[in-house]
Design a binder for this molecule. Structure first.
Ligand code: ASP
Ligand code: MG
Length: 405
């Protein structure tokens, strides 16, 4: 059994003691338990802030060296809390746990896990507490997996150890049809298939890292998302798709901080587009890259956090593609309606535009993929857009309750 505790769940020593009790409960049921933890509370943000007081261009190696320390604090404290109760336990950093990654520092992908040391400890009856969000590159440097990456560690370990289950304890009590902090009428989804969860997560649902789902799916490990603080059923993610076919839309997601970069006058737009997509992918940066035929330019939608890196990639490409200038527009958001095979149902895109228009949301751009239709809107309208779409597609709590009786 793998248990993962997020930042708020281990935000104070009081909370760490409470989580130790959750670990003991599972251990007492007879499970071998591996625990994965995040840094305490907002520690990682605080570390990032410290850096900004020193430099705006930190070296990636030192950045990962620093950010990986947050989790190291939690593993040792939680292990001490377990030992305090007489539970045999041992903490491991990423490299001690055998987590090998590629060398894309700051956003590394797990390539393999050498589970020997963990298995030895489990065999002698110990609880193993592993630092989330980190691993080691082939060169022996500490790497981090990208923000929110402890989920990935948990799912990848569960997969490598062929665990019966991977429980993700967090500050919400499951996966919702939208983010309940912004869309109060969002309702909890009791169960989701891997694909459905991956679609929600990849388009902005922050409750689980999209790459975690991929690892769990590989060996069919069920992921159970539940609250650290409240009792009650969370959301189970497994292989089976949902049957409730009344609406093909399962959720509304959004990404609040999006930048658009528009690149003008390059000598071969198609060639540049292709090269750029490869380059971004090799840096593990997610972006929408599209041609604007009417303006003869190339546009990129990227997350705010990737802005500096994308600009430096573009700078390196300038000589080759000879573009004249880049225009940046910040303060944008993406709102997406998620569902399987959405592309084959053009009515959804039309409905989406209608709903947004009726609610006076100004749409800058609409795009679609197999699993989603996405609108780009002004950031100040993102909540209005998400709420309107949630209501418009019949996902509001009351509507869901009524449909189920
Ligand atoms: N501490 C890291 C972060 O804040 C990893 C995590 O919480 O999952 O992104
Ligand atoms: Mg998280």
């Amino acid at each position: 059994m793998v248990q993962k505790f997020g930042g708020t769940s281990v935000g104070s020593t009081e909370r760490i003691k409470r989580m130790a009790e959750r670990v003991m409960q599972e251990k007492n049921k007879g499970h071998d338990v591996v625990v994965v933890v995040s840094a305490m509370g907002k520690t990682t943000d605080a570390l990032v802030r410290l850096v900004s007081e020193i430099t705006s261009e930190p070296s990636k190696r030192e950045m990962d060296m620093l950010l990986s320390t947050g989790e190291q604090v939690t593993i040792s404290l939680l292990t001490m809390a377990l030992q305090q109760h007489g539970v045999e336990a041992i903490s491991f950093t990423g490299w001690q746990a055998g987590i090998r990654t590629d060398s894309i520092l700051g956003n590394a992908h797990i390539q393999a896990i050498e589970t020997g040391r963990i298995k030895n400890e489990l065999n002698i009856g110990r609880v193993v507490v592993v630092a989330g969000f980190q691993g080691i590159t082939g060169d022996g440097d500490i790497s981090t997996l990208g923000r929110g990456g402890s989920d990935i560690t948990a799912a990848a370990l569960a997969s490598a150890l062929k665990a019966d289950r991977c429980d993700i304890y967090t500050d919400v009590d499951g996966v919702y049809t939208s983010d309940p902090r912004f869309v109060p009428k969002a309702s909890k989804i009791p169960s989701l298939s891997y694909e459905e969860m991956q679609n929600l997560a990849s388009m902005g649902a922050g409750v689980l890292h999209p790459r975690a789902v991929k690892h769990a799916k590989k060996h069919g490990i069920p992921i159970y998302i539940k609250s650290s603080f409240e009792k009650g059923r969370g959301t189970m993610i497994h292989g089976r798709a949902n049957q409730n076919g009344s609406t093909p839309v399962i959720g509304v997601t959004f990404e609040a901080d999006i930048n658009r970069l528009e690149i003008f006058d390059c000598n071969d737009i198609e060639g540049f587009q292709e090269a750029l997509m490869c380059e971004l992918a090799s840096h593990h940066i997610q972006a929408d890259v599209y041609k604007q035929s009417c303006r003869d330019s190339l546009s990129l939608l990227i997350k705010e956090q990737d802005l500096q890196e994308v600009l430096s990639i573009l700078d390196k490409e300038k000589e080759k593609w000879m573009y004249s200038r880049i225009e940046r527009k910040g303060g944008l958001s993406k709102v997406s309606v998620i569902g399987q095979n959405i592309k084959s149902q053009p009515a959804i895109k039309i409905d989406m535009c209608k709903i947004l228009l009726e609610n006076a949301v100004r749409v800058k751009l609409v795009g679609e993929s197999a699993i989603s239709v996405t609108a780009v809107v002004e950031k100040r309208q993102v909540q209005l857009a998400a709420e309107s779409l949630h209501t418009g597609f019949g996902l509001d709590y009351e509507a869901v309750m009524k449909a189920s009786v």
